[in-house]
Design a protein around this ligand. Structure first.
Ligand code: F6P
Length: 513
């Protein structure tokens, strides 16, 4: 349920915005998206995340890429995931010494980390029972600190690493994977044993996984028609399948597929992704709101704001149209957020009384059933906490809208300017009945399609991310400068830094010696 009653628009505004989507060719664009058209124009690729959750629906079985049926590729992929996931769950995936795997560590970054991590965190209570206790963990940070911290508590004999990288060239991931391999080598005598028993890979480049030492049977395929931030539905979702079981993973796909069908078929006024997108367009382009906060009122959705910040900002953080012209309007806003109730004790001060203009999404599951394993008293207390959170969600969006006018109800009078609440802040409220794999699938796909609609209106490509490339390239030259300085070579031929960077490098070098 999407409630727009706290947005500053009316039916006529929406009608006009819907006209705008038609002018921009939304209906055709949706057809192109679902049928494998080259919607990623700068890379001449389709973006077929909808096919990953379509089962064998007619629409996608007709889509062929390089002479192969997309739905058959997806079906084979799901079988590969199931084979690996169920072996781990049943205690049949053994480490080099014959011990069952009890820890799975996903090594990835960006879309190869944030999506599966967010889902595994949100759906922890849906984990399936495994033969042996099983932990699923995530490491992403390039500096190795996350990995170093968890390795201290892990046992080489019972740890399986998943290297999740569409390109299999991402340095952050490969550096963590190398560190993991070095750690395994302490106890495991050969690289062959390490590859066979302790690494699984998911990538669009099997030859790179081969070269890294991951045997064929431990590889899961991926394709260039799945964008990184749209990939949790693919083999990149293996940690989800391991944690929830394949049935749970398929429920997630089912929810997303239901949203795909809704997006394709519902009339514009009833179409949740379209409504959410147009509200954003209204706020960004007409009301000038350049920041958007995501406020889930449920601790299980803690990682959702982070996930949406990649989905939206990496997709629509663009300033050039599909025909290469510079835009003269705003595109993606800055997205940030946290669990709403926690944020009330952190950045809500700015939301209520600060100066930057923003809009908010409140997201809340209505029902939550406490596990029957708890005593009645604990369950009652947890139910009270759930009501507390719902009340805060509704109260906060109300105060943001009405400001201190809300106090008229209590006959309260504010005298000091420090205590004034201007209100008049727009927000949407999204309610799901209950947080389940299916409803989470719906929710994620809703935002994916919202991003797509906005990209169509803005005439930008949401499926490339050229803006992240230059930094990666420059980091390579900078790394070699740091390594050379560490080796005592002070000036490098052909490498020149600006004065600011030179100053920082010199400072670091002095501190390191
Ligand atoms: O650097 C950005 C990015 O390409 C993301 O789009 C992607 O999700 C992430 O890096 C990880 O890429 P890969 O899966 O190829 O390692």
């Amino acid at each position: 349920m999407l409630d727009l009653s706290k947005q500053k628009l009316n039916r006529q505004t929406l009608d006009l915005l819907i006209d705008l989507t038609q002018q921009q060719g939304l209906t055709e664009a949706i057809k192109m998206l679902y049928s494998g058209g080259l919607v990623n124009r700068s890379e001449l690729r389709p973006a077929l995340h909808t096919a990953l959750r379509a089962g064998s629906s007619d629409q996608h079985s007709a889509v062929q890429i390089d002479g192969q049926s997309v739905s058959q590729l997806v079906a084979k992929n799901l079988l590969d995931m199931e084979r690996i996931a169920s072996k781990v769950q049943q205690g049949e995936w053994l480490g080099y010494s014959g011990q069952p795997i009890t820890t799975v560590v996903n090594i990835g970054v960006g879309g190869s980390d944030i999506g599966p991590h967010m889902v595994c965190h949100a759906l922890d209570e849906f984990r399936i029972e495994t033969k042996f206790p099983l932990d699923v963990m995530f490491v992403s940070s390039m500096d190795g600190s996350q990995l170093a911290e968890i390795l201290q508590h892990l046992d080489q004999a019972s740890t399986l690493f998943i290297i999740a990288s569409k390109t299999f060239t991402t340095l952050d991931t490969l550096a963590n994977a190398q560190t993991a391999r070095a750690w395994l080598r302490k106890r495991i005598p050969s690289d062959k044993l390490i590859g066979q028993h302790h690494f699984v890979g998911c990538s669009a480049f099997p030859e790179r996984m081969d070269a890294w030492g991951i045997p064929c049977e431990n590889q899961i395929a991926l394709w260039d028609w799945v964008g990184g931030r749209y990939s949790l539905w693919s083999g990149i979702g293996l940690p989800i399948a391991i944690k929830l079981g394949m049935a749970g993973f398929k429920q997630l796909l089912k929810g997303a597929h239901a949203m795909d069908e809704h997006f394709q078929n519902a009339k514009a006024h009833e179409n949740l992704p379209i409504m959410l997108a147009l509200t954003g367009i209204w706020n960004i382009n007409f009301l000038g709101l350049k920041a958007h906060t995501i406020l889930p009122y449920d601790g299980r959705l803690k990682l959702l704001p982070n996930y949406l910040s990649q989905l939206e900002m990496e997709s629509n953080g663009k300033s050039v149209t599909n025909v290469g012209e510079k835009v003269d309007f705003d595109t993606s806003p800055v997205i940030w957020g946290d669990v709403g109730a926690n944020a009330q004790h952190a950045f809500f001060q700015l939301l209520h009384q600060g100066t930057p203009a923003y809009y908010a999404d409140f997201i809340v599951p209505i029902k939550r059933t406490a596990s029957s394993e708890y005593t009645k008293a604990t369950r009652t207390q947890l139910e009270y906490q759930q009501a507390l959170s719902l009340a805060n969600c509704v109260a906060q969006s109300r105060v943001l809208m009405l400001g201190d006018d809300v106090l008229a109800w209590d006959q309260n009078i504010i005298t000091s300017p420090d205590r004034l609440y201007p209100g008049n802040h727009a927000s949407s409220t999204l309610m799901v009945d209950e947080l389940t794999p299916e409803s989470l699938g719906l929710l994620i796909a809703l935002y994916e399609h919202k991003v797509f609609v906005q990209a169509v209106v803005w005439d930008i490509n949401p499926f490339d991310q050229w803006g992240v490339e230059l930094g990666k390239q420059i980091a390579k030259t900078t790394l070699s400068a740091i390594q050379q300085r560490q080796a005592g070579v002070l000036s490098q031929e052909g490498v020149e830094f600006d004065a600011s960077t030179e100053g920082l490098l010199n400072y670091m070098f002095k501190k390191n010696h």
